[in-house]
Design a protein around this ligand. Structure first.
Ligand SMILES: *Cc1c(COP(=O)(O)O)cnc(C)c1O
Length: 379
């Protein structure tokens, strides 16, 4: 399958060999334990350690993330479970870890935990490959590209080269891109980590995370962390996720096209500032993004004049849910400042393009922008 197109690989990813009377994708296996007479040897002993539904999903994600590598994938209950597993299973007291200072809003909480365990944490912005300047002597470099919610991009190959020269491991949060948008292991990273809650599964109905590890020893640590913390996905979630992968290329293609169309429509609006989408040819990130990404993702961000203007815009949208998260087939948007965690202006909007018809989505966007710019006046 490795030499075939992404759509072909997506629809067949992780499927077992065809057997008469068996479904193409076996149903979820609900088991806390398995029949196990005699010596307790694997693959399936106890439900916290392994599950056949995870095995198929892990194989599928591995085929999409690292088709040419002998990588190992470990699935988790959520993206945060996957992120914490890599950081907390690899960093020890006295080690240094480099994080982005503009990454996912729960990273500062992970930072506090690492520091409580005696790990030194340094941060720098994603843009301009600024993390290069704080790499010296670090055990692990954490990259998030494109970053959430600012949509900055860094040069993964360049950061990996510098990190590896100093013996630093590199993990990339691949949530925004999905494996059809970017394959971090091919860019040299040691780990590709993501929330499967977003574009990977794409229906906004489950939480999931995964870690793809280049190295078997690292994978063993991550797996051991999952065992001791127990942050395991339910079989139903794992099965739903695997089922969703079959349409990943269709969803991603439409959602990326819609994101580009929305970004294009926003370009001409005088009330919009700070528009960021790595797929826009004149976005500052576009040259680096084009060199390392296959698709530019479904998420864009921009700023409206103030909080009230942004709230009027969100209230005026009919096809776009005012909700957090992103990557779903149903478009969503939110005023990110309402959470208080990101360093963004009050009118900052993160917009996630769904799989609606492009013309309908753009018309809804423009209508809501018009309404927000000229609110009804009462006299
Ligand atoms: C959502 C998100 C996470 C966390 O994933 P959960 O599945 O919500 O735990 C991590 N990184 C990024 C970039 C995200 O957008």
């Amino acid at each position: 399958m490795g030499d075939m197109g992404e759509g072909t690989r997506a629809v067949r990813a992780g499927l077992p060999e065809a057997r008469k009377y068996e479904p193409a994708l076996p149903g979820p296996v609900f088991a806390a334990h398995y029949h196990l007479p005699g010596e307790p040897t694997g693959p399936y002993t106890y439900g916290r350690d392994e599950n056949p539904t995870w095995t198929l999903l892990e194989r599928a994600i591995g085929e999409l993330e690292a088709p040419a590598d002998d990588a190992e994938t470990v699935v988790f209950a959520s993206g945060m479970a996957a992120i914490s597993a890599v950081l907390l299973s690899h960093a020890r007291a006295g080690d240094t870890v480099v994080l982005p200072d503009d990454g996912y809003q729960a990273l500062p909480l992970v930072r506090q935990q690492l520091e409580a365990y005696g790990v030194e944490v340094r941060t720098a912005p994603t843009g301009g490959d600024a993390q290069l300047s704080v790499l010296d002597g670090a055990k692990l470099l954490w990259i998030e590209t494109p970053s959430n919610p600012g949509l900055d991009v860094c040069d993964v190959r360049r950061l990996v080269e510098a990190a590896h020269a100093g013996g630093t491991l590199v993990a990339v949060d691949n949530t925004l891109a999905t494996p059809l948008g970017q394959r971090p292991l091919e860019l040299g990273a040691d780990f590709s980590v993501a929330s499967g809650t977003k574009g990977l599964t794409g229906h906004g109905d489950l939480l999931l995370g995964y870690v793809v590890c280049r190295d078997a020893e690292s994978a063993a640590r991550v797996r051991r962390w999952r065992k001791i913390v127990g942050a395991i996905p339910g079989p139903m979630e794992a099965w739903l996720a695997h089922r969703s992968l079959a349409t990943l290329h269709l969803r991603t293609d439409r959602q990326c096209a819609n994101a580009l169309a929305v970004a294009g429509a926003l370009t001409g609006r005088s009330e919009v500032t700070g528009l960021r989408y790595p797929g826009l040819p004149d976005d500052p990130s576009h040259p680096v993004a084009a060199a390392q990404m296959h698709r530019f993702g479904s998420v864009l961000s921009f700023t409206l004049p103030d909080r009230a203007h942004a709230e009027r815009f969100l209230a005026g949208l009919r096809l776009v849910d005012d909700a957090t998260s992103f990557g779903s087939v149903r478009s969503s948007a939110e005023r990110r400042g309402r959470w208080g965690g990101d360093a963004v202006p009050e009118g900052f909007i993160r917009f996630s393009a769904g799989a609606e018809d492009t013309a309908d989505l753009v018309a809804d966007l423009l209508r809501a922008l018009d309404t927000a710019s000229s609110p009804p006046r009462f006299s």
